[in-house]
Design a protein around this ligand. Structure first.
Ligand SMILES: [Zn+2]
Length: 445
């Protein structure tokens, strides 16, 4: 496929280490890679040397060009259950929801449909990479490859049969099979993903770490999301969530811990000394009344904090722009400090920090020569985009998913002028409408 293209005359927000912003910029893409980045005027001069003759030219006037967003914690398949259960604390909410999931998710086809709906939403909103934790992850991988979505996923570990009915032995086999089948695919990331320390015991956690390490994959788990979870682990094992993970060898630079809302100073220290990444999910923490994650404290200790939407049932959408805006605002109020989490820090949480957590900062997360061409264009002609004194503050505090016009992943265009190119949305809508009554009926059975 010919992915040779040039975008010129754009306002470029690189999200690189130094937060470089370039007015009237151009990029040249050849195949899946960004070959050249610079001022549009230099493009004319260097064109013959850098751009393939057959390159398609895109006018980026009145657009911001930036890296695609990296959502480090999603449950795309949960799109099937959006809005089904509301106003309960996490534990009761999960128990209720699982009644419907236990029926609906027995079907691999339904899992695939949920993933497709989730990816459609993420792609249209400018998310190009998502770390997705879901039942039957092989369905998510297949759907992602079809849609051109860059996915990070892996085998779920859950000690009881769970929503898909598999045993822990089945899950170990599935986790290994995912590595065997997709571990060598450089376009996606495979890891292991125990659900939580309260649903997967220390033996399962150790096994998941071992499989991830053996295959040079990532490890991700829900951790210290609620007070109840911490109390459960104290009652059951006389330790805390992060200490348990540390004892199991699970804290490392290849680990992404989702939430970390209720962590003490020693736990933060353990994560920091082991270079463990944290995924902040502000909307989920607010809506499920889990609390405020000590994000500023973790960042002060040098922890790489990334951003996630969590699933569309604790959200009820997967909007990385809203996640960014919340991350940049709620901690100002919680810490009574208006300089807590700057717009630059929030933007990095949604881009470069996610790439770092995936050990892929040389591949994605910023617009730099030699990286994969994962980028988005945002319309900046709306009233909420003017005047624009600072493009980064615009992106964090004013921009929204509706501003995203075009999305490219590895040079392949997946959204053009706000239309999905790689997923059949009318077909997905029809199948969702058909399934909806069964989703509700399963809850009430
Ligand atoms: Zn989650």
């Amino acid at each position: 496929m010919n992915n040779n293209l040039i975008v010129k005359n754009a306002l470029l927000v690189t999200c690189d280490e130094n937060h470089n912003v370039l007015e009237d910029a151009a990029i040249v893409v050849s195949g899946n890679t960004i070959k050249w980045v610079g001022p549009s005027q230099n493009l004319e001069r260097d064109l013959d040397n850098i751009a393939p003759a057959d390159a398609k030219i895109i006018d980026g006037s009145n657009k911001i060009l930036m890296p695609g967003l990296i959502n480090m914690h999603s449950h795309c398949g949960d799109s099937l259950f959006r809005g089904l259960v509301e106003n309960l604390p996490l534990e009761q909410w999960l128990q209720t929801l699982w009644k419907s999931q236990a029926v609906i998710l027995r079907s691999a086809e339904n899992c695939r449909l949920g993933a497709q709906l989730g990816f459609a939403e993420l792609l249209l909103g400018g998310t190009t990479t998502t770390m997705d934790n879901y039942w039957r992850p092989e369905q998510s991988v297949a759907a992602a490859l079809d849609a051109g979505m860059r996915i990070a996923t892996g085998g779920i570990f859950f000690d009881t049969p769970g929503m898909d009915g598999f045993t822990i032995d089945d899950r170990v086999a599935q986790a290994e099979a995912l590595f065997a089948e997709h571990g060598n695919n450089e376009e996606i990331f495979i890891g292991t993903m125990p659900h939580g320390t309260y649903t997967a015991g220390p033996d399962s956690i150790r096994k998941a770490v071992e499989i991830a390490n053996e295959n040079d994959g990532f490890f991700s788990v829900h951790a210290a999301e609620t007070k109840v979870e911490q109390q459960t682990i104290r009652d059951r094992y006389q330790t805390s969530v992060i200490r348990l993970l540390n004892d199991a060898g699970a804290l490392s630079s290849r680990t992404a811990l989702a939430h970390c809302v209720h962590v003490d100073d020693e736990e933060i220290e353990l994560m920091a000394t082991n270079n463990t990444n944290v995924v902040h999910n502000p909307l989920s923490n607010l809506k499920l009344a889990s609390g405020f994650a000590p994000v500023c404290k973790m960042m002060d200790k040098g922890i790489n904090v990334t951003l996630g939407t969590d699933g569309p049932i604790s959200g009820n959408d997967m909007d990385m722009w809203f996640a960014m805006r919340l991350a940049a605002t709620i901690h100002k109020a919680a810490d009574e400090n208006p300089s807590a989490i700057s717009s630059h820090q929030a933007l990095h949480m949604a881009t470069l920090n996610g790439a770092r957590a995936l050990s892929a900062e040389d591949m994605i997360g910023s617009i730099e020569e030699g990286e994969r061409a994962d980028f988005i264009l945002l319309d900046i002609t709306g009233p909420h985009a003017m005047p624009m004194f600072d493009p980064v503050s615009h992106l964090v505090f004013s921009a929204s998913k509706n501003d995203v016009s075009d999305v490219f992943i590895s040079g392949r265009q997946v959204v053009a002028n706000r239309k999905l190119l790689t997923l059949d949305m009318p077909d997905i809508s029809q199948r969702i409408a058909k399934l909806q009554p069964a989703v509700k009926a399963a809850l009430e059975a």
